[in-house]
Design a protein around this ligand. Structure first.
Ligand SMILES: Cc1cc2nc3c(=O)[nH]c(=O)nc-3n(C[C@H](O)[C@H](O)[C@H](O)COP(=O)(O)OP(=O)(O)OC[C@H]3O[C@@H](n4cnc5c(N)ncnc54)[C@H](O)[C@@H]3O)c2cc1C
Length: 431
């Protein structure tokens, strides 16, 4: 008898109450949701197995203006609100987390550029994003196969009217589809002087700019997070933003001196959490479906002896584990969207804002860890096979877990924050 074949799908538990989306935003979220569930989900297996970039998904999202969604309408963007923004990332991740990671890193870059108004080249690139859906990638981490940040990054020398860039950075998510690469580095000013910081936006195909095509992460395999090597890459100085350290320090101090994630620039970080949530929801929905299909123990009732088992959904242990998953998913959703809605509120201090962001990142990380393990525990061997999506979903959840923040470091930050010690939390690019 199949008594427990019900489904706590995302449709039943997902809608946050009292959300602040406008009609057009809700419609856009719905379109992306349909696209992700009807199309991206079906394509995800291929991208994962091949380790290939989801160009088709990105093309579908470009049709909807998603690459420019967070940019202000004054520069041709959609000017989307934070809640709709994060919901869209979550919906994409439900279908294919790799697509969501590549898009999120692009959005982070676009947000960065729109915050440097005097940077002419930056504004030109922003126009290309809003008009044509051009994508950005940002290699700011230690290269994939390397371990030491002392040998990573770019050095930038002035040579006449040009800047000449050399070096290697890694994890440039979306680099297979990006038109522009965000290249940042220090410009030395002599032994006794502080270096300046330079930001350049070379277009792919510029001589000296090499996308290495070497991404080999075991989770989120479709992100094309390749290393990017610059070999005597020449950029006219007029096309770069060269910022003296003293100016950067002044901006830093004006923002409270703590650095890290700021209230008006938190979407990129929260987008990563939305990816974990969408990915976890997909693993949960799969698990709930699966336990309603999986019947009995060994092959054939004869081998099960006196036991007459039914569906796995009828087993208490599976119900308990699904209950744990439900708890993490439900609370993760509430905590993430409470954080997103509070971006418009006034916090008493940057310290209090940082504590809340850290709590949110911590909780969503714990959610990802728990859902990855629980879904495997509940579903077992017959689900952990190539032809079913759970193995990929779990691997993508782990891919999210190895990214940037460390769970125990976050707990330490929370403790220090509660004790009144100065704290900071960095963005998702890590080191
Ligand atoms: C699928 C995927 C896509 C990615 N995409 C990109 C991308 O597009 N661009 C990119 O640049 N990187 C990207 N990354 C890299 C990623 O964000 C991290 O940098 C990297 O994965 C972390 O490496 P690690 O585990 O050795 O941690 P580490 O780099 O050793 O540590 C990260 C930890 O250091 C902390 N930290 C960072 N700076 C400081 C500081 N100054 N003081 C104190 N703590 C600090 C962080 O909070 C975090 O907890 C991606 C990673 C993955 C897995």
């Amino acid at each position: 008898m199949r008594i427990l074949r019900f489904r706590l799908s995302s449709n039943n538990i997902r809608e946050p109450q009292g959300h602040a989306m406008e009609q057009w935003e809700a419609e856009l979220v719905e379109k992306v949701r349909t696209l992700a569930r009807e199309t991206f989900t079906a394509r995800a297996e291929h991208y994962d197995r091949e380790g290939s970039f989801p160009h088709e998904n990105i093309a579908d999202l470009q049709q909807l203006g998603i690459p420019g969604m967070a940019l202000p309408t004054s520069v041709g963007g959609l000017g989307i609100g934070a809640e709709a923004h994060i919901r869209i990332i979550e919906e994409i991740a439900y279908g294919d987390p790799s697509t969501a990671v590549a898009l999120n890193m692009h959005l982070l870059g676009a947000e960065l550029l729109s915050n440097i108004p005097m940077f002419a080249r930056g504004q030109e690139v922003v126009q290309d994003v809003t008009k044509n859906g051009a994508l950005l990638c940002g290699p700011a981490s230690v290269p994939t196969g390397d371990l030491d940040n002392r040998t990573a990054g770019y050095t930038i020398q002035e040579d006449g009217e040009d800047l000449v860039i050399n070096g290697k950075s890694g994890f440039a998510s979306g680099s297979d589809a990006a038109k522009y690469v965000i290249v940042g580095g220090r410009v030395p000013r002599g032994e006794d002087a502080e270096p300046d910081l330079a930001l350049c936006l070379p277009e792919k195909g510029t001589p000296g700019l090499n996308i290495m095509g070497n991404w080999d992460g075991m989770g989120l395999r479709g992100t094309a997070s390749h290393d990017i090597v610059c070999e005597d890459l020449r950029i006219p100085r007029s096309q770069a933003a060269v910022i003296p350290m003293a100016v950067l320090r002044a901006v830093f101090q004006a923002e409270g001196g703590q650095g890290g994630i700021m209230q008006d620039r938190a979407r990129g970080a929260l987008g990563i959490l939305a990816i974990w949530l969408g990915n976890a929801q997909a693993a949960f929905d799969f698990t709930v479906d699966y336990v309603g299909e999986r019947h009995g123990y060994l092959a054939g009732p004869g081998l099960s002896g006196a036991v007459t088992p039914g569906f796995r959904s009828e087993e208490g242990w599976a119900q308990v584990d699904i209950g744990y998953m439900d708890h993490w998913l439900g609370t993760g959703r509430v905590i993430l969207y409470d954080m997103v809605r509070s971006l418009d509120e006034t916090f008493p201090s940057q310290h209090e804002f940082t504590r809340k962001v850290t709590r949110t990142v911590y909780h969503l990380r714990r959610m990802g860890e728990e859902i990855a393990v629980e879904s495997m525990k509940v579903c077992g061997a017959h689900a952990y096979v190539k032809k079913r999506p759970m193995e990929r979903m779990v691997r993508d959840l782990i891919g999210g877990n190895v990214m940037a923040w460390k769970t125990d470091q976050l707990a330490m930050t929370l403790g220090q924050g509660a004790l009144g010690m100065p704290i900071t939390i960095t963005g998702p690019a890590g080191s």
